[in-house]
Design a protein around this ligand. Structure first.
Ligand code: ADP
Length: 261
């Protein structure tokens, strides 16, 4: 609580009393703390790849007799870490854009079925490389009012996660159908799952169940925060159901017509 004393005077300017104003600044403090944590997290996330890039470049510069095989190994690391930096910067800029108050989705009448199918085609090769089966159960001509490019971003993020957090020979099932007044999309995997006590936190920026695994798969820890923003900008809902070692299902509901609520 912040207390401010405001004096008040009569016509001859004599002090007549004080008015105490009590401001509850708990919420403000909380927002400020989130902002500080975010800046600390961003700095840490950026520092890790930069340190690694610099270190390996330095080692190569300092050692004249370095073997070509070693050079190749170090350059591979440098490439991977730069790639990681690029994804981080990309996702950070996306998130900043989405969080601006004036951000609005570009609404058009779109065929959601086509968008889902395009996204699945896009990740098909990666899924097969990982020996994962992709099953589709997408009704055709699911029209809705939405932002096609942004919804693509949502679906791709969820598909990439389903692939990254799958187990060997896993299966991913994508279902899209109309459940009036919504279009419902579910992406179900039978992967590693999320511990119950962590489910509520996965939409937070940089929150990861397993730091090492997320890093390894090139995750930035920002994907689901971006997904949630986009779904909510469509006045939609996102839900997750998960069990460790059994799998995870993400469900999104997007209103068929925007602006009814
Ligand atoms: P990341 O870049 O780490 O994947 P996200 O924001 O996309 O970041 O996801 C946050 C965390 O939620 C992940 O690090 C992972 O621990 C968990 N997660 C997301 N999707 C799945 C999934 N399909 N199965 C298991 N865990 C998941």
């Amino acid at each position: 609580i912040e207390i401010v004393a405001v004096p008040f005077f009569n016509e001859s300017n004599d002090l007549r009393g004080l008015v105490f104003v009590f401001h509850d600044i708990t919420e403000l403090k909380h927002v400020d703390q989130i902002r500080k944590d975010f800046v600390a997290n961003v700095s840490h996330e950026l520092k890790t790849p930069v340190t690694s890039i610099k270190g390996f470049a330095e080692t190569m510069l300092d050692d004249d007799a370095i073997e070509p095989a070693m050079i190749h190994k170090f350059l591979t690391i440098i490439y991977k870490e730069s790639d990681r930096l690029q994804s981080l910067i990309h996702d950070l800029l996306e998130l900043t854009k989405l969080e601006q108050e004036e951000f609005k989705v570009e609404l058009k009448r779109i065929n959601f079925s086509v968008i889902v199918n395009d996204c699945v085609t896009f990740v098909k090769e990666l899924a097969h490389k990982r020996d994962l089966e992709l099953k589709l159960n997408v009704d055709s001509d699911l029209f809705l009012t939405g932002d096609g490019a942004r919804l693509k971003q949502v679906i791709l993020n969820l598909l990439y996660n389903a692939i990254s957090y799958s187990k060997d020979h896993g299966q991913i099932v994508v279902t899209a159908k109309r459940t009036h007044p919504w279009i419902e999309l579910t992406i179900k995997d039978n992967g590693i799952g999320i511990p119950e006590e962590m489910i509520d936190r996965i939409f937070e920026r940089f929150y990861r169940v397993d730091q090492a695994r997320s890093r390894e798969t090139g995750g930035t820890g920002l994907g689901l925060a971006i997904v949630k923003h986009i779904v909510e900008a469509h006045e939609g809902v996102i839900e997750v159901d998960s069990q460790v070692d059994i799998g995870t299902t993400f469900k999104i509901l997007i209103p068929i017509t925007h602006g009814l609520s």
